[in-house]
Structure formats: C-alpha cells, structure tokens
Design a protein around this ligand. Structure first.
Ligand code: CA2
Length: 150
C-alpha cells in the first residue's frame, strides 16, 4: 500500500531574496536561500515536506498563493519589499484557508519607517522578524506542531 503523500508547507520568498549570501551580509547574513531551505528542513516533522520558491515578480507570488490553496497545508512567506506595498498579495493570502506565517530576516521595526508596516501581517497568524534564517526554522517547527495537533 503506498504511503500517504506528505503535507507540503509552501515557503514563498519575494524580490531580491535570490541575492542572499552575495550582498549586504551585515543585514541579511551569509546564508543563501538553499542554505535556509536545508536548515528549515531539519525542523520538519514526519509526514511533512516543504517547497521553497522565490520570485522577483508580484504576480508570480500571487499565482503561487493561489496554487497553495489546493496544494499547501500552510504557507511561510517572506514577501520582501512587497510586504510594505502589496494589497494584491494580501488579497491573495486572504483567499488561502490554511495557516500563514510571515518571516523577515531583518528586524523591519529597527529599519526605515517605510518597512514598519506590513500588509501581509494583517493576514498572518504570526510574524517572525530579525532572527535571520532561524525565523524559517521556527516557522516550520511551529506549523508542523500546529498541524499535527489537528
Ligand atoms: O528582512 C527581510 O527579510 C526583508 O523582507 C528583506 C527585503 C526587504 O525589502 C524587507 O523590508 C525586509 C529585501 C530583500 C533583499 O535581499 C537582499 C539580499 C542580499 C542582497 C541584496 C538584497
């Protein structure tokens, strides 16, 4: 008998996060997105998997949130600068029924005033800021525990 398919957490990353590890390590650290994915995987409980994605395009991120409606048990999202600008991304997340955790590598509240507000925070169950890659690990661990509890 085939084993049950894993429940998949979609990890969506917004613009410029493909540059992680290459520039501005004093703000964003030395780890690449691939390093962050490997770290987040260590926090997966049995029966869970994750799908790591990054796009520089708002519409692509929105399409991925729509796809998540039927494919993802939860969403972890670092929307990058779209956090502070995108009502369209908020609308897409509002149409998603599972839990959403927002992650920012840097502490957006210690930075420029325009980063202090996030539209995505209006939808997210939780937000983790300023913990670098550990934020993704904590979000993964939290979601697995939450979903295991049922
Ligand atoms: O702290 C975060 O995770 C941010 O979402 C990162 C965004 C920024 O616009 C948000 O306010 C906070 C920027 C990502 C840019 O990533 C880079 C990484 C390396 C080099 C240049 C940019």
């Amino acid at each position: 008998m085939p084993a049950d398919a894993p429940a998949v957490i979609h990890v969506l990353n917004g613009p410029n996060l493909n540059l992680l590890g290459q520039r501005q390590p004093e703000i964003y650290g030395y780890e690449t997105l691939a390093d962050i994915e490997a770290r987040a995987r260590t926090a997966l409980a049995p029966g869970f998997d994750l799908l790591m994605r990054q796009s520089n395009h708002e519409g692509v991120l929105i399409d991925w949130v729509h796809e998540a409606r039927s494919a993802a048990c939860a969403i972890i999202i670092n929307p990058g600068a779209y956090s502070h600008t995108s009502i369209a991304l908020l609308d897409a997340l509002n149409a998603y029924e599972g839990p959403v955790i927002e992650v920012h590598l840097s502490n957006i509240h210690r930075r420029e005033a325009f980063r202090h507000h996030s539209y995505v925070s209006l939808r997210a169950e939780g937000a983790i800021v300023g913990l670098g890659a550990e934020g993704y690990v904590a979000a993964t661990r939290h979601l697995c525990a939450l979903l295991q509890r049922g």
